[in-house]
Design a protein around this ligand. Structure first.
Ligand SMILES: [Zn+2]
Length: 459
């Protein structure tokens, strides 16, 4: 552990620390006089001494719209001269979400990422191949500073230019990989093409994969391809960036939340009421120790469940499950709610399919249809369906004997119906059809409202 006194602190002692820090946060927010101060005052709060941890669910929330309304620096609680860096995300509709950091905020962030790297088994002699994008996005510089804090050697390769990444991995022999899970697959395929496989030239022992929701099936694929332990890391720029929570090598079954700095809740995304531990809800964070942009009860839109208890690694920090989806990405199909990662879990349970997939929501008719587009794995593609057979007629459920339609499609559609209650059309396409992203997050859902199909092979 990078900070064992904090990570393995007895829970009662941590609760006292959290209460002190929460009260200090409320005092700072009230003193700053911004939108949160107004809401606290309207709720009758005159100081941090008015609250206990049990009062948290009744305190006002902060939402992304508050950051947009205050863009660029309206919610900052320190003089602008104390800000040393900004980060952010592109957001939706072109409006960026901008987040500011003081020197102390950057130091805290580095320690949180050092915790995550140490939890993955990294140490001062480690070489960290960091293929997260560097820039406004927090992934690249967050992991970078964490690796420096740990005393490891960081290779700041950033995203993209995959051939160069293959060369660096072959020559520098990193033991730790950090990137998005979709890029880990892309990189693994490129390494395999270059003759670098688990047990044959690959040196990586663990990977920190985040910035996208990903399933346990995806974990198995990445581990098989790269021969490492694939661990999840979670964060968002509004809270600090990566390092809010991360998995430990010992258990790898949920992410320890650094709750001594980021107080976490899970709430019902519709009613806003707390949900019990073990139940999926929207994650809400209070950034108790951030200086430049302290946030009270920030609603992330990310859906996950919380779990308390002991862990073989010795950390006492609460665990969050893998994020199952974004509140905004939830698809509603004939009254059934589903997240793309749930479809992914079912699809990737089939070993003939490759981990790249795209969900096309066909909205050309009044009743939308979900089309799950996936591909044969490269190995399975040695016997692809006959290329001359052409696409089947629209809407036709082809018999398994149809040479133009791989037999996996009806089977996969039935499995999605059985496991998720969803009526989905499945298309298994030739390898390379589903678009890949080398930089940034993978696109998993597209809406097809008019015009040609978003990927070739659909009708
Ligand atoms: Zn653990």
């Amino acid at each position: 552990m990078f900070e064992p006194e904090a990570e393995a602190m007895p829970p009662e002692q941590r609760a006292e620390l959290q209460l002190r820090r929460l009260r200090a946060l409320i005092d700072r927010l009230l003193a700053a006089g911004g939108v949160t101060a107004g809401r606290l005052a309207a709720a009758g709060m005159t100081g941090g001494g008015d609250v206990t941890l049990a009062d948290l669910p009744r305190l006002p929330v902060t939402v992304k719209g508050d950051l947009w309304d205050a863009y660029p620096f309206g919610m900052i609680s320190v003089p602008v001269s104390d800000v040393v860096a900004v980060h952010g995300s592109s957001g939706t509709g072109g409006r960026p979400t901008l987040v500011a950091y003081t020197r102390a905020d950057l130091a805290l962030w580095a320690r949180m990422c050092a915790r995550a790297l140490a939890a993955a088994g990294a140490h001062a002699a480690s070489i960290v191949h960091n293929a997260y994008g560097y820039g406004l996005f927090t992934g690249g510089l967050g992991i970078h500073q964490g690796a420096v804090e740990l005393g490891a050697t960081v290779v700041p390769v950033s995203g993209g230019m995959t051939p160069r990444q293959v060369t660096l991995i072959r020559d520098l022999r990193p033991d730790i990989l950090a990137c998005t899970p979709s890029y880990a697959i892309r990189l693994g395929e490129a390494l395999a093409s270059a003759g670098l496989r688990p047990g044959a030239g690959l040196s990586m022992r663990a990977g920190l994969f985040g910035a996208e929701p990903w399933s346990g099936q995806m974990r198995a694929r990445i581990e098989e391809l790269l021969g490492l332990r694939a661990l999840d890391i979670y964060g968002l720029s509004e809270v600090i960036g990566p390092g809010v929570a991360s998995e430990c090598l010992e258990a790898a079954d949920g992410l320890h939340v650094n709750e001594d700095h980021f107080l976490v809740e899970a709430i019902d995304p519709v009613t806003g009421e707390p949900v019990p531990d073990g139940t999926a809800g929207e994650l809400v964070f209070s950034t108790m120790t951030r200086q430049a942009l302290p946030l009270l009860r920030y609603r992330t839109g990310d859906i996950a469940s919380l779990r308390r208890g002991s862990c073989p690694c010795g950390r006492t920090l609460v665990k969050m499950s893998k994020v199952s989806g974004r509140r905004d990405d939830m698809l509603v199909l004939r009254g059934v709610n589903v997240y793309p990662s749930e479809v992914e879990r079912v699809l990737l349970a089939d070993p003939v399919l490759c981990p790249d997939y795209l969900l096309v929501l066909d909205e050309r008719e009044s009743m939308p249809v979900l089309i799950a587009c996936c591909e044969y794995r490269t190995a399975a593609a040695r016997n692809p369906p006959s290329p001359g057979a052409g696409p089947p007629p629209p809407g036709a459920e082809s018999p398994p004997s149809d040479p133009g339609r791989p037999p996996a499609e009806p089977k996969l559609a039935a499995r999605l119906r059985d496991e998720l209650g969803l009526s989905v059309r499945v298309r298994v396409l030739p390898p390379g059809t589903v678009p890949r992203s080398e930089v940034g997050k993978a696109v998993r859902v597209v809406r097809w409202r008019e015009g040609p199909p978003p990927i070739p092979g659909l009708e």
